[in-house]
Ligand binder design. Structure first.
Ligand code: AMP
Ligand code: MG
Length: 422
């Protein structure tokens, strides 16, 4: 049975897919499956923007003063030496413009955020001038436009300030607020069902019997999915029984945009997940040349997208971050994420099998030379979950690489680039 399954799905891909091929297949096929909705700014944080945010006004809306001090016209300053300027009575403050116009050779007391008074085009901090009765003495060397914030220097009216598909960060929401927008169009959260499979798994809080172990994948994946803004339905642990797996997955698929499982995806006698998808839906591919990673499966079950992650916790997390996360992000209306990799010298030595991509758990260190180096976490079995808690990110070693020598530049991808909530 397993043989036929593999032959079927490999009609188009006789060999294992490379990581890049798998990602490209997913990227090319995925479309947003969620509707749009309008939410308040408070609700918009971490949601995916569905429409461009276009500035309705210049920001700032008027020329204004960047400091507490005195405003004046640059043209009224002496070519050399200090300039004495008469102080005009009154002041301009934030929200309180100066009503009159500064005569030539005069200065006005101004506070940060005040509109630049008519007749003035620069300002100096109070610490930088000398007060002399009802005059100020301006030192030489003031630059034209000093301490003036120009209307529109941040954003011009009509400019696209935020592109659709971004996940809204606090600063993005703030930019929308500067345009006076109180609502934003975002995508509805992706609804994801989360399942673990395995007769050996128990819930934390329960007692373990011989041969049993606690389910660690669900708590991790729950957090990662929440970090992606998904609405997660935790469907618990499935036993290793074909009928139970099929019934639960069929129901999960009917009610969700995506179904994420871990475990039970290999070719073992009790691995029912992939067989279920093959029987009830469509299995697109399930062999990718990555370590850690196999088995990792993608398919459809009814209208829901199916992702079958490996059971080993480290493999489940790495596969989620590298393959499931971009897929789920794009299904939810987000731009396909391309995590940035930074070249950092390796503080380790290793040999590597060719023809597969390897992800190493790794930590950044400050070397004795004051530079940043990356160190591999030595305990690297794919069941060793604490290796992930020690790591800052993943080192990605390309297929054609045969090994790493100390000092070789390697591609380090910080967890922040992979959407791991901080
Ligand atoms: P499987 O992919 O089901 O063959 O599982 C591979 C290994 O991962 C086995 O040692 C399982 O016990 C372990 N495993 C599977 N699922 C989980 C889980 N949710 N939490 C912790 N370990 C798991
Ligand atoms: Mg299992």
């Amino acid at each position: 049975m397993a043989r036929a399954l593999i032959d079927d799905c490999f009609a188009h891909h006789p060999d294992r897919l490379t990581a890049a091929e798998a990602l490209e297949l997913l990227r090319a096929r995925v479309r947003p499956v969620v509707d749009r909705e309008t939410v308040t700014l408070a609700e918009a944080h971490r949601r995916i923007l569905a429409a461009p945010v276009i500035s309705l006004r210049d920001v700032p809306g008027f020329d204004n003063v960047a400091i507490d001090g005195f405003a004046f016209a640059h043209a009224g300053l002496a070519a050399t030496g200090p300039t004495r300027l008469a102080l005009v009575p009154g002041r301009a403050a934030a929200g309180h413009p100066f009503a009159g116009r500064l005569p030539r050779g005069a200065a006005l007391r101004v506070l940060t955020g005040a509109p630049m008074p008519a007749g003035a085009d620069c300002a100096l901090m109070q610490e930088d001038v000398e007060l002399d009765g009802d005059a100020v003495v301006i030192p030489p060397g003031v630059k034209p436009g000093a301490n003036r914030r120009r209307a529109g220097e941040d954003v011009r009216a009509g400019q696209v300030a935020l592109e659709p598909g971004i996940r809204l960060r606090p600063q993005d929401v703030g930019v929308a607020a500067t345009f006076g927008l109180d609502r934003l169009e975002v995508f509805r959260p992706l609804e994801v069902a989360l399942l673990s499979t395995g007769d050996e798994l128990r819930e934390p809080g329960e007692a373990l019997r011989g041969g049993e172990t606690y389910d660690a994948n669900r708590p991790i994946l729950f957090g990662l999915l929440r970090g992606l803004g998904c609405t997660v339905t935790d469907l618990g642990i499935l036993p290793d029984r074909a009928a139970a797996v099929a019934a639960a997955m069929r129901q999960a698929a009917a009610q969700h945009d995506a179904v994420i499982t871990s475990g039970g995806a290999s070719r073992g006698d009790e691995d029912h997940v992939v067989r279920t998808v093959h029987r009830l839906g469509r299995l697109h591919f399930w062999q990718i040349a990555v370590k850690p990673g196999r088995p990792l499966a993608f398919g459809h079950l009814g209208r829901a997208v199916f992702v079958g992650l490996p059971g080993n916790p480290v493999a489940a997390v790495v596969c989620f971050l590298r393959f499931a996360r971009p897929l789920l992000t794009a299904l939810g209306g987000g731009r396909w994420p391309e995590p940035r990799a930074f070249l950092v010298p390796a503080d380790f030595v290793m040999k590597k099998k060719p023809d597969r991509r390897e992800y190493l758990r790794a930590r950044l260190i400050c070397g004795p030379d004051g530079r940043t180096w990356v160190r591999r976490i030595e305990r690297e079995g794919s069941g060793i979950l604490t290796s992930l808690t020690e790591a800052d990110g993943l080192v990605e070693l390309a297929e054609d690489r045969a090994g790493v020598e100390r000092g070789d530049p390697v591609e380090f991808v910080p967890f922040s680039e992979l959407g791991v909530p901080g």
